[in-house]
Write a protein that binds this ligand. Structure first.
Ligand code: DLL
Length: 443
């Protein structure tokens, strides 16, 4: 791995180190302001508070947040497009939207001040991984209604780094830019970076020999095994940035050089972990659904937003010295899960299992089918130079190793298919790992 220069503390990061008592004080006063604002300006929120007999002034301590109603994705859909806005349109300077997989998109709005908070949040995440004004940052997240491109762009720019707004796609040109412009930091989805790394190799370019040293990867679940693989093939440090349209795009939290979870920017976003079935708040360390409250977002305050992302809060202080708390790496969403013959399966479990087999690359797809009422999992794994062989016996042995590894983790049989090179579609944004054909084949 390349040597990263020693990190100097950027003044923008000061809030990352705020003493806990001061942080809690700040969080409470911001929470009170947010609740008051949402109550006064957002009908749905006021109705729900009134139904509970709650008034903004009842929020006297941070623990009182538990009295407040949750907000869910459907609330954004039901009030489409502008129903949750707390600011008049003349104060809104940007709209983003996320299409999701089903139904209407959700729309999110920003005032000028909100954009400033978002840029600061993204910049603090980047500063956390050592990006500074000397860096050249390539943004290969898509620009548009998706928040990835413009969010990462604002972060680099706020730090004074040189930003290259490459957007996603045109992979050979991405590599030309990386090389010719001496890019030192890249922001994109981990699956797209894999595609970039693979394409670079095909072009005879070794990423390990370029100045590129840091990746700021997010927007999709990815495993520690995938991170290790990326670091190995590219020689960079692969960091994890988290965010979601409903809260802000990239910038809710990020991993630091300790790479032990993601620090949440707690002065902007208040995290809780709940039991997704009961809604009960869980103690630190226990895994559950992440719930976030925006503490500094004026156009569209989100109170106790249920993210569906599964993680846990890490209370122990981080060796990096930051006082803001961490969450564990998000490798799954509650709605990613599929149930096969009574067993709960997450795509990330399959990713970990296949990547733990030597020579296997993270180019895979999971296909769910239903035959005579029985669900089957097919895992397609692409052959690569290290696995390819003229001998059928070698291929069979490789397939067996991979399927055993998956079966050990899941406890159910899967049908493993080795695919010829370059047959599984590569991603330029969020990877589509699961193809569910069960409804189609049910009849
Ligand atoms: O993906 C915002 C973003 C852009 C984050 C670029 C990071 C980098 P959405 O399209 O609304 O927003 O999708 C949000 O993506 O609820 C998670 O399930 C997933 N996600 C985002 N970052 C991570 C991450 C953007 N680092 C949804 N690890 C979230 C795991 C992530 N999952």
């Amino acid at each position: 791995m390349k040597n990263n220069p020693p990190m100097e503390m950027n003044p923008i990061s000061a809030m990352d180190f705020l003493p806990r008592a001061e942080m809690r004080k700040l969080q409470l006063s911001r929470l009170q302001t947010m609740v008051r604002r949402a109550y006064d300006h957002v009908n749905l929120f006021r109705q729900r508070m009134d139904e509970r007999g709650l008034r903004p002034e009842h929020i006297q301590s941070l623990e009182d947040i538990r009295l407040l109603p949750f907000t869910v994705k459907n609330d954004l859909r039901d009030t489409y497009p502008f129903g949750l806005m707390a600011s008049p349109m003349k104060e809104i300077v940007r709209l983003h939207a996320s299409s999701g997989t089903t139904g209407k998109p959700i729309v999110v709005a920003y005032t000028r001040e909100d954009l400033e908070v978002w840029a600061t949040a993204a910049a603090r995440c980047m500063a956390m991984v050592g990006v500074n004004s000397s860096d050249i940052g390539q943004v290969s997240y898509g620009y548009g209604l998706f928040t990835g491109g413009l969010g990462a762009h604002a972060g680099f720019e706020k730090l004074g780094a040189t930003v290259i707004p490459a957007s996603g796609g045109n992979t050979e040109r991405q590599i030309m830019l990386l090389k010719d412009f001496g890019v030192t930091a890249i922001a994109c989805t981990p699956s797209y970076f894999l595609h970039i790394a693979e394409t670079a190799q095909n072009m005879g370019i070794d990423l390990r020999e370029l100045p590129l040293r840091v990746g700021i990867f997010g927007a999709e679940p990815w495993t520690v095994e995938m991170r290790d693989h990326i670091e190995k093939v590219s020689g960079i440090r692969a960091y994890d940035i988290y965010g979601l349209s409903e809260i802000v795009g990239p910038g809710v939290g990020c991993s630091c050089p300790e790479q032990a979870g993601l620090h949440i920017l707690e002065d902007f976003f208040y995290p809780e972990i709940i039991d997704p079935a009961t809604g009960e708040v869980l103690p630190d360390g226990e895994e559950g659904e992440l719930v976030l409250t925006t503490l500094s977002k004026f156009a569209m305050p989100m109170i106790r937003y249920r993210t569906r992302d599964i993680t846990s809060l890490i209370a122990e202080p981080c060796a990096c010295g930051r006082t803001i708390r961490r969450i564990s790496k998000i490798s799954r969403r509650s709605d990613d899960m599929f149930i096969i013959r009574g067993v709960n399966v997450f795509p990330s479990q399959i990713e970990s299992a296949i990547l733990s087999v030597e020579s296997v690359l993270p180019v895979y797809q999971i296909i769910l089918t239903r035959e005579h009422g029985l669900d089957n999992v097919e895992v397609d794994v692409e052959l690569n130079q290290n696995l390819i062989s003229d001998k059928v016996a070698d291929l069979e042995a490789a397939a067996k190793r991979i399927s055993h590894s998956i079966e050990r983790v899941l406890g159910i049989r899967v049908f493993l298919k080795l695919m010829p090179p370059n047959t599984i579609p590569r991603s330029e944004g969020k990877a589509k790992r699961v193809i569910d054909k069960r409804n189609l084949s049910e009849i």
